[in-house]
Design a protein around this ligand. Structure first.
Ligand SMILES: [Ca+2]
Length: 392
């Protein structure tokens, strides 16, 4: 025992050298065996441990060797005979100097995604006649999916764990942390569900098989291919929604390329990390939505009738506040002194219609997903998380 104890106290360097020669067989008490010295361990980096944002980094991080896309002379797979795909590959090679053999190899991995086609509506003969959003209780139902105690608590936890990244993004892009949290909370429940479709399969299937959305999805496919080339990502690695949105922030590839931000500064934009998702959502709000942190987002207004049919409603409408007041609407507060034009938002509850006024910032949220219910869920989740965060 004494022997072993003494051995373990000897510095590792000496030990390694000393034990290259095996000890004589009769000394059975020495049980230490030398590590293989022919295989060097992978290069590792250690993030700055003084950084308080340790929630998103694993220690140590192994540096990955950049992925090199294989090449193939032949196009195989589900769409190997598709003329649109062949034209698309020719276009990518000409327009972006994309290696045609790499594109052959990439598209040879593609499998048709019938579920994505079904969900996007490729098999529907016509649009549903009435939007479900106007049925009584539609808002109650929608709201109950997102404004839950569990999601609000997760939002508070997310805020605490990513405080520095949220503050940095907020400072850089002028967007309040709670709205970044609101988007990530509604989109993926803070990364709890980011989708299981192969983004490449979904985009290719829709672009090639759904003429009505062909232009949009072909453009997204183009952006996806540029993204995986820039970031050196294997073509089938990114999983997302049936429509090809991915990451904690559910960005489409075009948004990734336009608004993606490497907030943690590791040299890659990775929307599956909290830091980069936070930065990218804030950048999107400012860039696409023209977010203005000097004005509020939305406010409830009172109205003395049960149902409202007086005016067109929706985030795209614009009315002067004095006009809406003249129709009997009474704001629930002074709206932080905001006097500008507002949109009129109608939320169908079981017993009555709820009316809200929205500003340009409400419109900015709707740029993410053009639905009143969506934008209102983000707004209300943001406000609920903010209240809970400051209460504790
Ligand atoms: Ca990054």
């Amino acid at each position: 025992m004494k022997n072993i104890k003494r051995l373990t106290l000897i510095p590792l360097m000496i030990l390694t050298t000393a034990c290259v020669q095996r000890p004589p067989k009769q000394e059975q008490t020495v049980i230490w065996t030398p590590p293989p010295i022919t295989n060097p361990s992978p290069v590792t980096t250690y993030p700055d441990i003084t950084s308080p944002n340790t929630g998103t980094v694993s220690i140590p991080t192994t540096i990955e060797i950049p992925y090199e896309q294989p090449r193939s002379r032949y196009l195989q797979g589900a769409y190997s005979n598709n003329y649109k795909l062949k034209n698309f590959i020719t276009m990518m090679a000409r327009k972006h100097h994309y290696d045609k053999y790499k594109l052959n190899a990439i598209f040879s991995t593609v499998q048709r995604d019938p579920q994505a086609l079904e969900k996007i509506g490729a098999f529907r003969s016509s649009k549903p006649t009435q939007s479900k959003a106007v049925l009584p209780g539609a808002w109650d139902k929608y709201r109950s999916n997102f404004l839950t105690e569990s999601r609000i608590n997760k939002g508070v936890q997310f805020w605490r764990e990513n405080l520095n990244y949220l503050n940095e993004a907020s400072r850089r892009y002028g967007v309040a942390p709670e709205y970044i949290i609101g988007i990530i909370g509604v989109e993926t429940n803070f990364g709890g569900y980011t989708g299981k479709h192969s983004v490449l399969d979904a985009l290719t299937s829709i672009a090639l098989e759904f003429p009505k959305r062909e232009k949009f999805f072909t453009s997204e496919l183009e952006n996806y291919l540029l993204m995986i080339r820039d970031e050196k990502i294997p073509p089938q690695k990114i999983k997302g929604s049936y429509a090809g949105a991915f990451g904690l922030s559910q960005f489409m590839p075009s948004s990734f390329r336009e608004y993606g931000v490497d907030l943690d500064g590791d040299g890659h934009i990775n929307l599956f990390t909290k830091a980069d998702a936070i930065g990218s959502v804030a950048n999107y709000f400012r860039g696409r939505g023209k977010w203005n942190n000097q004005i509020p987002v939305a406010m409830k207004t009172y109205y003395n009738k049960r149902r409202f049919y007086g005016l067109p409603t929706g985030f795209k409408t614009r009315y002067t506040q004095s006009h809406l007041r003249s129709l009997g609407m009474r704001p629930s507060s002074n709206f932080y002194g905001y006097k500008g034009k507002v949109s009129l938002i109608k939320l169908s509850r079981y017993t009555k219609d709820e009316l809200w006024w929205g500003t340009e910032n409400f419109h900015a949220i709707a740029r993410y997903n053009p639905k009143d219910h969506y934008a209102m869920a983000v707004h209300q989740l943001a406000q609920a998380v903010r209240r809970a965060y400051y209460r504790r």
